[in-house]
Design a protein around this ligand. Structure first.
Ligand SMILES: [Cu+2]
Length: 91
């Protein structure tokens, strides 16, 4: 994408480390209804560095977009665990 390249260049010129957006899938266990989905979604989107999250009850999965300079995948799993669910890497 052209705009992304421009932003990356501006950040690089400013001397700031270029943050990279990473999408990851996490297996979530223990969700049984919409409230569980909402709780996991809230826990993820409240985590520093997380841009967006999609949580699927059918697939028991969370798809998360985050800045890799501000969060690690383990932080995301930790947030899910703190919300009362089990989380593990998807692959
Ligand atoms: Cu529930």
């Amino acid at each position: 994408m052209k705009s992304m390249a421009t932003i990356a260049m501006l950040l690089a010129l400013g001397g700031t480390a270029v943050a990279e957006e990473v999408t990851t899938e996490i297996k979530v266990k223990g969700m049984t209804c919409g409230s569980c989905v909402a709780a996991v979604h809230k826990a993820l989107t409240r985590t520093k560095g997380v841009k967006s999250a999609e949580v699927s009850l059918e697939k028991n999965m969370a798809k998360v977009v985050y800045e890799d300079t501000q969060a690690k995948e383990s932080d995301l799993r930790e947030a899910i665990k703190k919300a009362g669910f089990k989380a593990e890497p998807a692959s």
